[in-house]
Design a protein around this ligand. Structure first.
Ligand code: G4P
Length: 528
C-alpha cells in the first residue's frame, strides 16, 4: 500500500472528559466494535480511582497497566484507529495536555446531568489552542439530565465551541425513547425497561406519519418542532468547518447501554481528520514527506527499580519509521537505532517493523529521551506544541538525607524528563520548587524518589500563585523588572527566566507597572 493510502487509513484521537462522565465506558465500547477487546471491563482497570489517592501500591500497579492501555489500536471498517488514553485522575491532567499534542482530533464526553465541568473546560481549551477538531458525546441519556437545548448553550458558552447537533434525543431518563440521527437520517429506538437498542429505522422525511407510530404522537410532534428549531438556530453541518475546528458536532446517547456509540463511531470515521501537517519551529512537516520524522509525547518509567529503562512514546509525523534503522536525535545530535520498537494493536504489545504517520511507537529508552524530543532522518527539526502550562500548586522540595543528594538530583531530573511535574530553581536561593496540577503528583514524586532512586525528600510550603514566563521588546523595562524582582525570579528546565507571582494581586501589580512586558502562562511563546 502506498504511503498516502496508509496515512488516509489512520485516525488517531483521544477521548477526554471530566472524571466520571463516561470516558472509560465509551472507550471500552468503541474497542468492542473493533473487536479489540472481548471482555467489557478491560479498560476500566486502568483508572486511578479517587479512593486510591493514598494507596501508592495501587498507583504503581495502575501505572503498569496504563502502559498497555496508553494506546489502543484497532481496525474498524477499513480504518486503522488509534485511541490515545489519558489519565483518569485530574491531578495528572498535564499528561493529558501533552497527549493531546499527539492526536489529530478528540471526542469530548459530557454527562447530561452535570453538563460542562471544570476539567472539560481545561481540556477543551487545550484543543482550541491548537485548533484540534472536536466531537461532543452527551452521555447518560438513560438518566434525567439537563434540557438538550440548555446543554448546547452551556457547551457554546463555557467551552467556546460552535455546536451543531447531529443527533437529537427523544426524552431522557425513564422516558428516553431514543435519538433521531440527523447525520444518517434514521431513528434509533431505545427501550428503557430493557435498557437496550431495539430498532433502527430510516426516516428521510421526519413528517412521515409512521414516526407517530413508533414514538407516539406527542413525542413525534415535539421531535418535529425541535428539529425545525435546530435547523433554524444552528448552521448546517459542514465537514470542512469541523476540520478547521470551527464547528463541533454533538451526539447524544448512553455509553453504558451502548446506545448511540456505533453512530458516533461511524460518523467519526466519515468526518474525522487523517494525520495532519505538524508545525516545527523550522517549517511545516507534511505526513506524505518521504523521510521519517516523529516526536516523543510521553515517557513511561519502568516500575521495577532494577530495570531503570523507560518507554518513550513516539508519534510518527511523516514518512515510514523502520526498525533497526539509524535515526537522528535532534536535541542530542546523536544517531540512534531501535531494535525492539513496539506497536499497540488490540492492546497487546508487539514488535513493529514499520510504522506510518498517525501511529504511535513505543521505544525502549535508557535515558536518551525527554518529552518533546524530535527524531528525524537527519534534518534538524523541533516540533512545536509541547507547551508546559503554569502549574497550579507549588512546594519546595528538600533533601532529607545528606548522603543521598546525588540520587535525589538524578531522580528529580529523570522524573522531570518524564514530565511528572515541573521544576523551577530560585535564582538567588537555588532552592528547587516543584510545580504540579494536583496534590497527588507530589505524593507520587516522593514515593517514586524513594522507591526508584533511594532518595528521601520532603516538601516545604511556598506562597506562590503562578509562575509565568515573560518577554518584552522594551529592554529597559525588562532590566528594571529583573533587578527589582530578583528575589522572585527562577529558572525553568530550559534555563529561561520565570516570574514567581506570590498572589493574583502581585501579578496584576507587575502587569500594571510594566505594561511593555508580556507575561505568558504556557511555555510556548514567541521570543521578542
Ligand atoms: P470516566 O472514565 O469518565 O471517569 O467514567 P466511567 O466510564 O468510569 O463512568 C463513570 C460512571 O458512570 C460509572 O459508574 C459508569 O458505569 C457510569 N456510566 C457511564 N456511562 C453511563 C451511561 O450511559 N449511563 C449511566 N447511567 N451510567 C453511565 P460507577 O458506578 O462509577 O462505576 P461502575 O461501578 O459502574 O464501574
Amino acid at each position: 500500500m502506498s504511503l498516502k493510502n496508509e496515512i488516509n487509513k489512520r485516525r488517531t484521537f483521544a477521548v477526554i472528559s471530566h472524571p466520571d462522565a463516561g470516558k472509560t465506558t465509551l472507550t471500552e465500547k468503541l474497542l468492542l466494535y473493533g473487536g479489540a477487546i472481548q471482555v467489557a471491563g478491560a479498560v476500566k482497570n486502568n483508572k486511578i480511582r479517587k479512593t486510591a489517592t493514598s494507596d501508592f501500591m495501587e498507583i504503581e500497579r495502575q501505572r503498569g497497566i496504563s502502559v498497555a492501555t496508553s494506546v489502543m489500536g484497532f481496525e474498524y471498517r477499513d480504518k486503522q484507529i488509534n485511541i490515545l488514553d489519558t489519565p483518569g485522575h485530574q491531578d495528572f491532567s498535564e499528561d493529558t495536555y501533552r497527549t493531546l499534542t499527539a492526536v489529530d482530533s478528540a471526542i469530548v464526553v459530557i454527562d447530561v446531568a452535570k453538563g460542562v465541568e471544570s476539567q472539560t473546560e481545561k481540556l477543551v481549551k487545550v484543543c482550541r489552542m491548537r485548533d484540534t477538531p472536536v466531537i461532543v458525546f452527551v452521555n447518560k441519556l438513560d438518566r434525567l439530565g439537563k434540557d438538550a437545548f440548555e446543554l448546547l448553550d452551556e457547551i457554546e458558552e463555557k467551552l467556546g465551541l460552535k455546536v451543531r447537533p447531529l443527533s437529537w434525543p427523544i426524552n431522557m431518563g425513564d422516558k428516553f425513547k431514543g435519538v433521531y440521527n440527523l447525520y444518517e437520517r434514521n431513528l434509533q429506538l431505545f427501550t428503557p425497561s430493557k435498557q437496550t437498542v431495539t430498532e433502527s429505522i430510516t426516516f428521510d422525511n421526519i413528517d412521515d406519519p409512521q414516526l407517530d407510530e413508533y414514538i407516539g404522537e406527542e413525542d413525534a410532534q415535539t421531535l418535529r418542532d425541535e428539529l425545525e428549531l435546530i435547523n433554524e438556530v444552528y448552521p448546517p453541518f459542514d465537514s470542512e468547518k469541523y476540520l478547521e475546528a470551527q464547528i463541533t458536532p454533538v451526539f447524544f446517547g448512553s455509553a453504558l447501554h451502548n446506545f448511540g456509540v456505533r453512530e458516533l463511531l461511524d460518523c467519526f470515521l466519515d468526518i474525522s481528520p487523517a494525520p495532519l501537517v505538524r508545525a516545527a519551529e523550522e517549517r511545516d512537516v507534511h505526513p506524505e514527506e518521504k523521510p521519517f520524522t516523529g516526536f516523543v509525547f510521553k515517557i513511561h518509567a519502568n516500575m521495577d527499580p532494577n530495570h531503570r529503562d523507560r518507554i518513550a512514546f513516539v508519534r510518527v509525523t511523516s514518512g515510514v519509521f523502520k526498525r533497526n534503522t539509524f535515526y537522528h536525535h535532534v536535541r542530542l545530535q546523536k544517531k540512534l537505532k531501535f531494535s525492539s520498537p513496539t506497536s499497540f494493536m488490540a492492546s497487546k504489545q508487539s514488535i513493529v517493523e514499520e510504522a506510518y504517520p498517525g501511529d504511535i511507537v513505543g521505544i525502549h529508552d535508557t535515558g536518551n529521551f525527554k518529552i518533546g524530543d524530535t527524531i528525524t532522518e537527519g534534518e534538524d527539526l523541533n516540533f512545536k506544541g509541547m507547551p508546559s502550562f503554569s502549574p497550579e500548586m507549588f512546594k519546595y522540595i528538600v533533601n532529607s538525607d545528606p548522603m543521598k543528594y546525588k540520587q535525589l538530583d538524578k531522580g528529580i531530573d529523570q522524573l522531570m524528563d518524564e514530565g511528572v511535574a515541573q521544576l523551577f530553581k530560585g535564582r538567588k536561593t537555588g532552592r528547587k520548587i516543584i510545580g504540579t496540577v494536583g496534590q497527588l503528583q507530589f505524593e507520587v514524586i516522593q514515593y517514586r524518589l524513594l522507591h526508584e532512586y533511594g532518595a528521601s525528600a520532603r516538601y516545604e510550603p511556598i506562597t506562590l500563585y503562578k509562575t509565568c514566563w515573560f518577554t518584552s521588546k522594551n529592554k529597559e523595562q525588562l532590566e528594571d523588572f529583573k533587578t527589582r524582582k530578583s528575589n522572585q525570579l527562577a529558572k525553568d528546565k530550559w534555563g529561561r527566566d520565570v516570574f514567581l507571582a506570590e498572589s493574583a494581586f502581585a501579578l496584576q501589580m507587575a502587569q500594571e507597572k510594566y505594561p511593555d512586558i508580556n507575561f505568558h502562562f504556557t511555555s510556548e511563546f514567541e521570543e521578542e
